[in-house]
Design a protein around this ligand. Structure first.
Ligand code: ADP
Length: 401
């Protein structure tokens, strides 16, 4: 079964066509600058070099048209006809309390995802656009929605209710939802396989450190707490987001700087984090490089990043009443020995001890980096959110018949 995995942003589409029988990605790529001048499709078949196509892509429908055309094309294609796409799996950011797992998309599901726009105005509208674009381009092909929030749906109320009047939860759905669920699920399940222990017997903390970053406590196979909250802003320091912040700070700044709601939102989401503190970049590689070259604020940003991560590891060990394994994943988690070393430094009292040689060698590859005799295993696992989406899509489509 070939599954097209789609992840739509405001002006972008990321895609992968996965052959689930052979467990291989036939082609992957992305479209950027949709609706702007100079829209570009970057496409990589598994067996040929990357290619780029530019064109007028006014909306997501046209962008998906380009994607399908290149998947079918003579020189860069990997399938012969549209009917070789057997199902489409979509990443949908917010499933609210309604969606506790992946679902086949029908009219009701679409309506309910639309109703959730209020909770995720920055993400769900684009995900919906992707679904509609695929419906237009691939009529009759089953489509599945896989939600970022679903993995966290069993968090207990003490982890998800904020210290606000309870009526805000009831009236407006203000609570912690958590995100990056597919990644936390994938790497924690893989960690259990590597450790050769039943998934539901382990206490695992997974650190997803990409441009956005979150950490999750998975106790006996269940996400019991996670650092992102009502939106992906809460928790760890990120590339451009504040992470945890006294909410009064933003009210104060809005008053002093006369910021609108929109400007305050942009300040917290786009100009803060590594970028805001260092003044250098949101890219961890550049922050580390500048820090090494003596840039004080870059070094400070790096230290804050790792310190906050360490605090969460401690907190989640307490929340789970123990810890068997820490997983590092996503761009920074998979590729930065410096972040892993600094984060785990001083955690020997818990049983966390990193082997420096193994840590330095683990760049973008799966690897156990803790010392052989350490009580807590530390593992680097490259994430694969697309495979989670494709796996759920296949299961739902097969069970439908
Ligand atoms: P996204 O959340 O957009 O999917 P990624 O998971 O690709 O992002 O992660 C992007 C982050 O990974 C950037 O901060 C980038 O600097 C960081 N990164 C990638 N390679 C390295 C590396 N070798 N060392 C440190 N950070 C890295």
């Amino acid at each position: 079964m070939n599954i097209l995995v789609i992840n739509c942003g405001s002006s972008s589409v990321k895609y992968q066509l996965i052959d689930m029988d052979k467990r291989m990605t036939l082609a992957k790529g992305n479209v950027s600058r949709i609706g702007m001048s100079g829209a570009v499709l970057t496409h990589k078949p598994f067996d040929r070099p990357e290619t780029k196509v530019t064109g007028e892509m006014l909306d997501h429908i046209v962008a998906i048209e380009y994607v399908i055309a290149i998947l079918l094309s003579k020189n860069h294609g990997v399938i012969k006809t549209k009917s070789d796409i057997h199902a489409v799996g979509h990443r949908v950011v917010h499933g609210g309390e309604r969606f506790t797992g992946s679902v086949l998309i029908d009219g009701n599901v679409l309506r309910e995802i639309r109703q959730l726009i209020d909770l995720a105005p920055l993400h769900n509208p684009h995900n919906l656009r992707g679904i509609n674009a695929c419906k237009k381009n691939l009529p009759g092909v089953p489509q599945v929605a896989v939600f970022d929030t679903a993995f966290h749906h069993l968090m207990p109320p003490e982890a998800y209710i904020y210290g606000l009047p309870y009526v805000m939860y009831k009236k407006h759905g203000i609570r912690r939802y958590g995100f990056h669920g597919m990644s936390h699920r994938f790497v924690s399940e893989r960690a259990a396989e590597i450790l050769e222990k039943p998934y539901d017997s382990l206490k695992i903390t997974t650190c997803h450190l990409g441009n956005g970053a979150s950490i999750t406590a998975i106790n006996h196979g269940v996400s019991v707490d996670t650092s992102m909250g009502f939106t992906p802003l809460e928790g760890l320091l990120m590339g451009t987001r504040t992470g945890d912040l006294d909410p009064a700070v933003i009210l104060h700044i809005m008053g002093r700087e006369e910021l609108s709601l929109h400007e305050a939102n942009t300040l917290m989401n786009k100009h803060s984090g590594l970028s805001g503190i260092s003044g250098v970049s949101s890219d961890m590689r550049e922050v580390i490089e500048a820090g090494n070259d003596g840039h004080t604020n870059a070094a400070l940003a790096f230290n804050i990043y790792c310190y906050r991560l360490k605090k969460y590891i401690g907190a989640y060990t307490a929340a789970m009443g123990g810890l068997d394994c820490i997983v590092f994943t996503a761009g920074i988690g998979e590729n930065s020995p410096q972040v892993r070393e600094q984060t785990c430094k001083g955690l020997a009292f818990l049983g966390v001890e990193i082997d420096n040689k193994k840590n330095n060698e683990a760049i973008g590859i799966e690897s156990v980096i803790s010392k052989d005799n350490a009580d807590i295993k530390v593992i680097v696992i490259p994430t694969n959110e697309e495979l989670v989406i494709a796996t759920d899509t296949k299961k739902l489509v097969e069970n439908r018949n």
